[in-house]
Design a protein around this ligand. Sequence first.
Ligand SMILES: *[C@@H]1O[C@H](CO)[C@@H](O)[C@H](O)[C@H]1NC(C)=O
Ligand SMILES: *[C@@H]1O[C@H](CO)[C@@H](O)[C@H](O)[C@H]1NC(C)=O
Ligand SMILES: *[C@@H]1O[C@H](CO)[C@@H](O)[C@H](O)[C@H]1NC(C)=O
Ligand SMILES: *[C@@H]1O[C@H](CO)[C@@H](O)[C@H](O)[C@H]1NC(C)=O
Length: 612
Amino acid sequence: MIPAILPLLISLTALGSTALAKTDQKLLGPSFTPPSNILSSNVIQQAVLNITNALNNVVRTGESIFGSFSSSTTSFSLTAVSQLDSSPILDFHHTSGSLNISAGSTSKITSDTVYRIGSVSKLFTVYALLLNNGSHHWNSPVTDFIPELKHAAQHPPHDSTVDWVQWDQVTVGALASQLSGIGRDYASGDLAVQNFPWTELGLPILPPQDIPSCGINDDQQPCARNGEYSLERGPFVLLSFIHSSSSIIIIDITTPEYFSGFIQRHPVFPPYGTALYSNAAYRILAYVIEAITGKSYEAVLQKEIFEPLGLKYSSSVPPLGSGAGVIPNGDAGWSRPYGDEVATGGLLSSTKDLAEFGRAIFGNKQLSSMETLRWMKPGSLTSSTALFVGAPWEIVRTRSSIKTGSLVDLYTKSGSVGAYQSLLVLIPDYQVTMAILAAGPDAASALHIATETAIQTLLSALASAAKSESCSKFCGDYSPTAASRDSLLVISTDDGPGLLLKEWTHQGHDLIAAGQAYSNATRGGEIKSLRLLPTGLRSGNRVSYRAIVNITPYQFDPSVDYVFDPQANLWGTPDQLMYGGIAIDDFVFHLDDRGRSAAIEPRVLRVAYQRL
Ligand SMILES: *[C@@H]1O[C@H](CO)[C@@H](O)[C@H](O)[C@H]1NC(C)=O
Ligand SMILES: *[C@@H]1O[C@H](CO)[C@@H](O)[C@H](O)[C@H]1NC(C)=O
Ligand SMILES: *[C@@H]1O[C@H](CO)[C@@H](O)[C@H](O)[C@H]1NC(C)=O
Ligand SMILES: *[C@@H]1O[C@H](CO)[C@@H](O)[C@H](O)[C@H]1NC(C)=O
């Protein structure tokens, strides 16, 4: 039996111009190789000018279509950089007039100014785990590393998974991927410690032992890892792990600390049930890193990440001396101690350092290409079709021009702590990183406005720069011999993704028509276009591409809704049809010294076509 040429597919043209395509006719990943000459690209220069003007306008008026903010009280920084160029694409800083200079704040913000980065810290925590063999431990239960949790798993006080986390089922990878199902926090932010009349508003009066006595709360110290268990709070007694595991030690009931308190929190979902944001998961991950390395979390970050990558303005405690950081007036939380919560939200950094961290990730400075590709994938869906969760990536799916253009996935991590807001955005398709940090009472809206203002224009310019750079390198006519035109391959670009394989004849035979004849014989549908997409495989001056075939499927009716979207099957088609073991979609470009294509090999033909 002849296999159908391709599973049902629909072409771009069949989608109609009004409906937003649910599925792009390309493989997930870049449509073109990431642009390498970003700084000299006209469209990027124009975009940067437009963004700078728009941001200056927002700072002057406090208004934008994305909301308003007070620029006199709130400062922000935005730096974007390409993997291929250490000079930033975009570097914008706004210094508000309301900074606490006497507390040591800088009076002029630059790309080296230190902000608190809140939960962007989690990205450094997973990175540190991966640098320390974390992927080998990914599926190990956390009880292998944390004696307190091993004990909790072995001595459940309740015979109930509603009351007690199944700690032996919580893996290191589940913690990192926010799939652990454990509670979000312990003590931090507990309403019972906030100065608000909850009991007058109807909540019960709590016995003192139910009110956390530690945490990242006003007038409290962070919870220490090992504290004592309150007898009053449960029908069981915890062993002290510091001392002997066989002796039961009952201590002062007034100071329950981290694990003794946190293990009493109810599970939220079973492990791997659904993605749930947990700060506690990342505090526990830091203990896993310490167990693996035998070093403190802070030492691992300093010695293995900040120092080797030259991140001089990144640290786990605020820098000494005045002028290093931005400290807004009021209760900014700049020098609040984070204790062991540092791994979940206590780090400090600058936009330049965060952008440099993105370059290190894309540049495989410490993690190999394979490890990075494995890391930069979703681990879970969410209830939004535009948001996925990785470890700890918040993966945002958009389009290069918001509603049009091709799909772009942004690998992001956001943070919020005290008066500080943070966002790090890595864009794998263009190998570009953007760091946005804000400080002040309006930090959340400032960050939101600055991000939208910059990224919408930047993404669309990057898409356009990538296409025009690729076309200047690859577009043209190719033939095995300059003398004869009976074999010809023509490459150009259009509105669709990838390089368009516009014509392809070999020794007088139209190979695209041959493909159509085969498609007709196998009810494959009508071929609309052939497009070449980069695969990321490269060896010396040879770079690999695969052709995708856009087809209007046999008997496809675009006015009908389908559960099984025929457009979604494209990923199943590469490498399907072979001729003597070499796939018909297998193409290799040969580059010259300037990175321009000198020849293309349609490998199924066992010949190279030279660029004419
Ligand atoms: C910059 O702004 C001008 C004027 O609004 C617009 O015509 C142009 O397309 C913009 N260019 C980019 C790259 O954003
Ligand atoms: C990584 O972990 C695995 C599994 O525990 C172990 O076999 C291996 O020796 C570790 N490698 C390093 C470099 O520590
Ligand atoms: C500046 O910071 C100090 C603490 O370092 C604080 O006591 C003071 O109130 C702050 N000033 C303002 C204007 O917020
Ligand atoms: C394929 O089928 C279509 C209509 O079914 C026809 O118009 C076209 O000429 C056929 N193409 C080839 C190459 O056989």
